[in-house]
Design a protein around this ligand. Structure first.
Ligand code: NDP
Ligand code: MG
Length: 396
């Protein structure tokens, strides 16, 4: 048997990072951890270093590095500690690395994920914001380097599993009519619309089916997550926005479907546990145990489907409009959303003001072509500045 794959886990202390390490530790013959990164949870990162003994660990700054180094020395570990974005890029692109789990949340993950792509690694993409903000450039880099891009987002991993292996030819040649992107509808699916303004961060984070980091939990509650996923699907599968239809499916058992021109519809089902898509991507094209229980259809008994209620979730509409506008519009949408979600989590704005900020920023920043990475970062910075100006104007 070939040697174990060496894996870098960016965002190891987060929800996806921990699920990844859970799957990895079930298969010590197949995988070994090369590098781990953390940001604020340095003590948790130290625990992970103790358990997985990585060659490298990456933290944001010198004080975090000093704390981690002290803990590593006390544990007798020789893990080298790197700093900041440069350290993340090095951990993602080092020659020893076979696969990179991109599980940092938000735009902060773009540079290291692209470093892994440019180095031609097997890239397991959870960090959807990176692809949304730089789609054309990101996919061009994948084609140029020959990196193997495997989707971790449960919907995209499901679609990937339902497509033939030559799907990169585009949807028409492989006979795909539509992609059906399922959405749980989040914790507010059945809330009266007039109560949404009073929703607290705790209520928004209480997702009915999935346990996730705080930012994606808010995105799920606002349905911006589905909007970002629609854009993600367009880039991953070379689809036009109108070829992707959002289907509300409250049980989160079907993780998405592909509708073919002959009338066949293929779906991927499973218990809502991210270890399934993670194991699928880590071992692809083989299958390994993920630790997820077998699906019990008798206890599920029924599966429901609904169209998303029009007007109820403006974030989804804004994302579809940004997808259609193209160019810098998704970058602007993503950056304004990150600022708005952070402000909501800090209780500076109401839940219903998240789309208000994004809509205003999109109106002030007309979509333009992005001719390189500099232009992506500039569009991102301009949108963040506009969103912060909105907060200041409103006295938040
Ligand atoms: P978490 O908030 O749980 O974890 C985020 C990770 O990123 C943590 O390791 C965190 O470090 C690190 N991090 C945060 N900010 C920075 C920064 N500025 N620079 C470097 N590292 C940083 O998020 P999730 O694991 O839930 O999500 C990660 C990504 O995966 C997101 O893009 C999300 O959309 C996507 N995803 C998640 C799913 C899920 O089920 N959780 C499902 C599908 C996609 P620390 O904790 O130490 O501060
Ligand atoms: Mg998803």
């Amino acid at each position: 048997m070939s040697r174990a794959q060496r894996v870098t886990v960016l965002g190891a202390t987060g929800s996806i990072g921990l699920s990844t390490l859970d799957v990895i530790s079930r298969h010590p013959d197949r995988f070994e951890v090369f590098a781990l990164s953390g940001f604020s949870r340095i003590d948790e990162l130290l625990q992970l270093c103790r358990a997985h003994r990585p060659t490298l660990a990456v933290v944001p700054d010198e004080p975090s590095a000093a704390r981690l180094r002290q803990g590593l020395a006390a544990a007798g570990l020789g893990t080298e500690v790197l700093l900041g974005e440069r350290g993340l890029c090095e951990a993602a692109s080092a020659p020893e690395v076979d696969a990179v789990m991109a599980a940092i949340v938000g735009a902060a993950g773009l540079a290291p994920t692209l470093a892994a792509v440019h180095a031609g690694k097997k890239v397991l993409l959870a960090n959807k914001e990176a692809l949304v903000m730089s789609g054309a450039l990101f996919m061009a880099a994948v084609r140029a380097s020959g990196a193997v891009l495997l989707p971790i987002d449960s919907e995209h991993n499901a679609i990937f599993q339902c497509l033939p292996s030559d799907y990169a030819r585009g949807l028409a040649p492989i006979g795909v009519r539509r992609i059906l992107l399922t959405a749980s509808g989040g914790p507010f699916r059945e809330w009266p619309a007039e109560q949404l303004a009073e929703a607290s961060p705790e209520q928004a984070c209480a997702h009915p089916n999935w346990s996730m980091g705080r930012k994606i939990s808010i995105d799920s509650a606002s349905m911006m997550n589905k909007g970002l996923e629609l854009i993600e699907a367009c880039w991953l599968f070379d689809a036009r926005p109108e070829q992707v239809e959002v289907v509300v499916h409250p049980q989160s058992v079907i993780h998405s479907l592909v509708d073919y021109v002959d009338g066949s519809v293929l779906a991927q089902l499973g218990n809502p546990d991210m270890r399934t898509p993670i194991a699928n991507a880590l071992a692809w094209p083989q299958r390994i145990d993920s630790g997820v229980a077998a699906l019990d259809l008798f206890s599920i008994a029924r599966l429901d489907f609904q169209a998303p209620a029009p007007g109820r979730f403006p974030c989804l509409r804004l994302a579809v409009e940004a997808a259609r506008a193209g160019g810098s519009a998704p970058t602007t949408l993503n950056a304004a959303n990150e600022v708005a979600v952070a402000a909501f989590l800090e209780r500076r704005i109401r839940f219903t003001e998240i789309p208000s900020i994004i809509e205003q920023v999109l109106a002030e920043e007309p979509a333009n072509a992005l001719d390189g990475l500099e232009a992506v970062f500039e569009a991102d910075a301009r949108a963040r500045k506009r969103a912060k100006q909105w907060l200041t104007r409103q006295g938040r």
